[in-house]
Write a protein that binds this ligand. Structure first.
Ligand SMILES: [Zn+2]
Ligand SMILES: [Zn+2]
Length: 239
């Protein structure tokens, strides 16, 4: 390869390429490289009609967990399984100021949940506490929700749901402890409660682990007259 070709490639990359959202390898378009794309476990049918947990066998059913404890949310949809590859992508987005990723990630959410989005009236992100927000400088769910608003033209209300109680980090807690930990931690700002009354709400978060957080949010939204609550997350932990 001659020097001119190397130089042209170098400038072409500089102008038209971006880095893989997961491994930082240069890619032609904004998004994932072929290797990371192949290692992301995209969620498709068959899955639970309520919580979206993937099934191994072809059944149009409700999973055991949803049958035992019917969630407050009506449906949850996730883009991919939380595995090593998607975890590194989400952690980068969440903790390393990689806010430029929100457009790409929200686009994936939009394409995956276009039906649920089209049936919704208002987009609400899962809030983080004031302290966490100060520390992290942004709320990643808000960035995703805001971009989904731009893509869908649906109303957006980030102020209605509030984190009113400081909770322990959910990481490392069992399902039961997670549910207990989040009880009473979300509230509604009365000034904005009209924005959800009698509305189909789209609740946005980054990761669905046991569903405890989004379920608690859905409970509060329903208590304040939300008609339906559908949850869209990027990743879904498979227990
Ligand atoms: Zn990659
Ligand atoms: Zn389920």
């Amino acid at each position: 390869m001659n020097m001119d070709k190397i130089n042209i490639d170098f400038f072409k990359n500089l102008l038209f390429s971006s880095k893989c959202a997961c491994c930082n390898r240069l890619v032609d378009n904004q998004g994932l490289c072929a290797d990371c794309w192949s290692k992301i476990n995209w969620i498709s049918e068959p899955k639970c009609r309520i919580c979206g947990a993937p099934f191994v066998f072809e059944v149009d059913q409700i999973c055991a967990a949803c049958l035992a404890n019917k969630p407050y949310f009506d449906k949850a949809v996730s883009v991919f399984v939380y595995n090593e590859r998607s975890k590194s992508m989400i952690l980068k987005f969440k903790h390393q100021d990689a806010t430029y990723m929100y457009e790409y990630l929200a686009n994936l959410m939009y394409k995956t949940a276009v039906n649920e989005i089209s049936q919704s009236d208002v987009i609400v992100p899962v809030p983080v506490s004031f302290i966490k927000r100060l520390k992290r400088k942004y709320n990643q769910s808000e960035l995703l929700a805001c971009e989904l608003r731009r893509l869908s033209n649906i109303a957006y209300e980030p102020r209605v749901l509030k984190k009113i109680k400081q909770t322990m980090p959910q990481e490392g807690l069992s399902g039961k402890a997670r549910r207990k930990n989040v009880i009473g931690s979300f509230g509604i700002d009365k000034k904005f409660e009209n924005s959800i009354a009698d509305k189909n709400v789209l609740l946005i978060d980054d990761v669905f682990t046991t569903g405890a957080t989004v379920n608690e949010c859905a409970k509060v939204l329903k208590e304040h007259k939300a008609k339906t609550v559908k949850v869209i997350t990027l990743a879904r932990v498979i227990l």
